[in-house]
Design a protein around this ligand. Structure first.
Ligand SMILES: NC(=O)C1=CN([C@@H]2O[C@H](COP(=O)(O)OP(=O)(O)OC[C@H]3O[C@@H](n4cnc5c(N)ncnc54)[C@H](O)[C@@H]3O)[C@@H](O)[C@H]2O)C=CC1
Ligand SMILES: O=C(CO)COP(=O)(O)O
Length: 332
């Protein structure tokens, strides 16, 4: 049993907090929204971000006080919208005990710097690699909040520390595997959101399984090539965090990225799709970052590039798919 603090009480932060509480840990949620803190602390309910869970576990509480939140933490989990991670975590610098492990649930690339969340978290908190872990897998929050069987992957340069975090989130319905491939987990989680946007868009426009499978497969090839260039182990892309998460995210209206894309495919503008999004669609700001990373590593990113033209220039689904097809006959 450990003292675990979760920073960010969004849908996944709260659902993962419930997993940790079900595993027997003392869980403290920290959130910037006073109404969410009050809801969890006083009513065991997060009516804003995870209303489907009527009563959160009794060993789960919340505070809006940063120092109090992390003072006794053995493990700190970061579950903040990726583009705001740096600004939010800066306020925690110096507050987190030097013995605590820090793990990220976030799936995104920082648009202003092109950095992965492992880089952002370690840099902001001045954390050595052996104390940082990435957690990524096919983990649609609502289903895990409903305690449906699911699995994830915990990655850390120090495999014993990955095991410690995996143990802390193991329940009878949730299983965690371990790896040393932090970069692979980060690249899978971030890039699959861009693929989900494209698949959602095609589905929203009325296309069927063949089109979806084409985008998913070409997307997998793209994220594998970029991930390898960034230093990831290619095996990771065939695992839970890669193919597994693509299957879950690209096939479910529970995914905010899929739904965002679907709304674009139905004719909504980016602004309109943003307005109706039920939580953060990380693929939107991450798309341009992926295009920039591709240029940096000299890896072609046709899918991310086509999606950036959708998001930045408003091209249609048909135009996006035509860009994805490219020209001439090439080897697969
Ligand atoms: N929902 C899901 O099924 C899954 C989500 N993820 C990832 O986990 C991360 C969090 O996702 P959710 O909790 O679902 O998102 P959400 O949209 O429900 O919540 C986002 C959270 O970020 C916080 N936040 C935003 N700006 C902030 C700031 N400046 N300071 C402090 N907090 C701030 C919000 O208060 C909120 O708690 C994302 O990167 C997402 O890609 C990963 C796996 C599954
Ligand atoms: O990452 C997820 C499932 O693994 C959740 O996807 P969304 O962020 O698109 O909802």
């Amino acid at each position: 049993m450990a003292n675990v603090t979760v920073l960010g009480a969004g849908a996944w932060g709260t659902a993962f907090g419930q997993v940790l509480a079900d595993a027997g840990n003392n869980v403290t949620m920290w959130a910037i929204e006073p109404e969410i803190v009050e809801g969890i602390r006083d009513h065991h309910h997060n009516g804003v971000r995870l209303p489907s869970v009527e009563t959160l576990p009794s060993n789960m509480t919340a505070t809006g006080d940063r120092a109090e939140a992390v003072a006794n933490a053995d493990i700190v989990i970061v579950a903040i919208a990726a583009q705001f991670a740096r600004v939010a975590l800066t306020e925690f610098k110096g507050l987190i005990p030097e013995t605590a492990l820090v793990a990220s649930l976030m799936k995104g690339i920082e648009r202003t710097t092109g950095k992965r969340m492992d880089e952002v978290v370690m840099e902001t908190l001045d954390l050595p690699a052996e104390r940082f872990a990435a957690i990524s897998g096919p983990n649609l929050s609502k289903q895990i909040a409903d305690r449906e069987p699911a699995a994830t992957v915990v990655g850390c340069a120090n495999i014993d520390n990955a095991r410690t975090i995996a143990t802390a989130c193991t329940t009878d319905y949730f299983r965690a595997f371990v790896t040393r491939d932090v970069i692979g987990l980060e690249m899978c989680g971030s890039l699959k959101n861009v693929v989900a946007l494209a698949v959602g868009m095609a589905r929203g426009a009325g296309y069927g399984e063949n089109t979806a499978a084409m985008i998913e497969t070409r997307g997998l090839a793209e994220l594998t090539a970029l991930g390898e260039a960034a230093g990831a182990d290619p095996k990771t892309f065939a695992g839970l965090a890669g193919v597994g998460d693509l299957i879950a995210t690209c096939g479910s209206p529970l995914s905010r990225n899929y739904t965002f894309g679907s709304n674009l495919g139905k004719g909504l503008s980016v602004e309109e799709a943003t307005k109706v999004s039920n939580g953060v669609a990380e693929g939107v700001p991450t798309t341009d970052a992926v295009v920039a990373l591709g240029k940096q590593y000299g890896v072609p990113t046709p899918l991310a590039t086509a999606m950036s033209h959708v998001l930045d220039d408003g091209i249609s689904c048909a135009q996006m798919l035509s860009e994805l097809f490219g020209e001439g006959i090439t080897e697969e």
